[in-house]
Design a protein around this ligand. Structure first.
Ligand code: CTP
Length: 414
């Protein structure tokens, strides 16, 4: 648990029955050498006495924005934190955090921090499965928040099902993992690295109302941007979905719409990039003419002539620096590996991340993905169905391994 030693962790405890397990999480974090600053909501104090955390944590419990000795306890806590852990996280906390609502000391601290955040939700199955709650969790995960659990098991009131807090040991292990990958005193494993990520599907206008588009939500690209930034990289995220792009230190978002706009932004930014992750679904064709007024159906069936767009990745592949790592993506429905291998060669890239978008839960519009990463040097990594952030972690790991190889004077892994 080396990465926990000496790190400052704000432990936010909200009002659910599982609050008693936060006591165990607190003890384990302190035992691993972390400095734990507990924050309890009003609800949490109905489940566990503050004296328990006072006794176990590294400092006294804080509960209010106003009754503390410091005039601004949320910024004090948020700015000093290396990590914020919310355990348990209730549906209300998830909603407030997602919408940026500053309702109490804990939510204000979440707004006042640039540290990574880990939330461990716990609630009844019906609540966990509500679309509103699921959406809040998905948005937070997209922004780079680490979600641990919940798991299936015994719930309060004799019920059982999905919604039980993850085991305290697993929450602490996840905190350890987040901190191990985050810029600490020695920097994260991507500190000093510039990463360019593209995300979302381009829109090629037909007229002021209609466009040619695709089903990409930008989630996988945004998860890549959040992952790279959390590991210390300076990230440029060129996206067609700026509203859901991750925000935080080290992330600069460039909003684009069309393939041509994306090409211009990417070509400009790529000169400085050590790693380019081309996750966007870029249109291959665009209408030759764009009508300046809405096309009305009285005019009959319109004939839309198309022309090719520039292949951004192939362009980068032709002009790349030898030390730069280029990663392409391939969304396929047939012959996944053969098509991916062909793109790997044709586009002159180091890695291709391929997914079969016809498989359940994979790719477009899903929270999850399953990919195979093909390396031009011959290796293959399979990432089975997992949360897009998890997939992002595996892709970034593969890109980092490649970067080390490309930058090694012998061109090998030594
Ligand atoms: N790509 C790009 N510019 C384009 C089209 C694609 O940079 N005009 C990139 C994508 O971002 C992705 C990779 O190329 O990283 C593969 O895209 P894909 O659409 O799967 O491949 P294509 O070469 O367009 O082949 P096809 O559509 O025929 O499968």
């Amino acid at each position: 648990m080396g990465s926990l030693a000496g790190r400052r962790i704000v432990l936010g405890v909200t009002g659910g029955v599982a609050a008693y397990k936060a006591v165990d999480v607190c003890r384990r974090l302190v035992d691993a050498g972390a400095h734990v600053a507990p924050v309890m909501t009003k609800g949490a104090q109905r489940f566990v006495g503050r004296a328990t955390f006072d006794a176990l944590a590294s400092e006294s419990v804080r509960t209010s924005l106003f009754d503390e000795d410091h005039p601004s306890p949320h910024t004090l806590l948020g700015q000093a934190a290396d990590l914020v852990v919310v355990c348990p996280a209730t549906a209300r906390l998830l909603s407030d955090y997602r919408t940026g609502r500053s309702a109490d000391l804990l939510t204000a601290t979440l707004l006042a921090t640039r540290a990574p955040v880990l939330v461990a939700p716990a609630m009844h199955t019906e609540m966990w499965e509500q679309p509103s709650v699921a959406e809040n969790v998905a948005v937070l995960a997209d922004r780079g928040v680490t979600i641990v659990g919940p798991v299936d098991g015994r719930l309060a009131g004799g019920d059982s099902g999905m919604g039980r807090l993850a085991e305290p040991a697993d929450i602490v292990a996840a905190a350890h993992e987040v901190l191990a990958a985050t810029a600490g005193p020695d920097g994260g494993d991507l500190a000093g690295t510039r990463v360019l990520v593209t995300a979302g599907g381009t829109r090629e206008p037909i007229c002021p109302v209609r466009f040619l588009g695709n089903r990409s939500s930008g989630r996988q690209g945004h998860a890549l941007a959040a992952e790279a930034a959390s590991r210390g990289a300076v990230v440029d995220c060129v996206t067609t979905q700026p509203g859901t792009a991750p925000v935080g230190p080290g992330i600069r978002v460039t909003a684009v719409d069309t393939a041509a706009e994306m090409a211009e932004a990417v070509v400009g930014l790529s000169a400085e990039a050590d790693v380019v992750l081309m996750a966007a679904a870029v249109a291959d064709f665009r209408p030759v003419e764009v009508a300046d007024r809405k096309i009305k159906k009285e005019g009959g069936i319109p004939e839309i002539r198309l022309e090719p767009t520039v292949d951004i990745l192939a362009t980068l592949g032709r002009s790349r620096r030898p030390d730069q790592v280029l990663v392409g993506f391939a969304a396929e429905t047939d012959d996944l590996r053969q098509n991916a291998a062909a793109k790997l060669r044709a586009k002159g890239v180091d890695l291709i991340v391929a997914n079969d978008v016809s498989a359940p839960g994979v790719g477009f519009e899903h929270e999850t993905n399953a990919v195979v990463v093909l390396d031009a040097a011959g290796g293959t990594v399979e990432v089975p169905l997992a949360d897009k952030r998890e997939v992002a972690r595996a892709v970034v790991n593969a890109a980092l391994a490649r970067l080390r190889t490309n930058c090694s004077p012998n061109g090998d892994d030594t």
